[in-house]
Write a new protein. Structure first.
Length: 97
């Protein structure tokens, strides 16, 4: 098994996790959570912050997951990304204390 290098993984309850396995191999049911970092990645203002605090590798995974979802993902996943892009960030420095 590949170790998941996400500081949120142990406390996360998201059904869709791009760090776990490719997002297109995962199934989402209406109402299930999507990775919070993947949703934050959709906000242009958050990308520099995410890269600084989570690293370039994790952001590459988020970029690849985003591209896959936009090209071939189901309606629920595409909708989650679209909604996330239209809202403000939820990240604060408290997430890193």
């Amino acid at each position: 098994m590949i170790p998941i290098n996400c500081p949120r993984y142990q406390k996360c309850s998201a059904a869709i996790c791009p760090m776990w396995r490719p997002v297109l191999e995962q199934k989402m049911v209406k109402g299930e959570r999507v990775c919070g970092l993947l949703l934050e990645y959709q906000k242009n203002d958050s990308r520099a912050f995410l890269t600084t605090h989570y690293g370039a590798h994790m952001m590459q995974v988020m970029a690849q997951a985003t591209d896959q979802i936009k090209a071939h993902g189901g309606y629920l996943l595409r909708s989650a990304l679209t909604r996330a892009a239209s809202t403000g960030t939820r990240l604060t420095l408290m997430d890193f204390g």
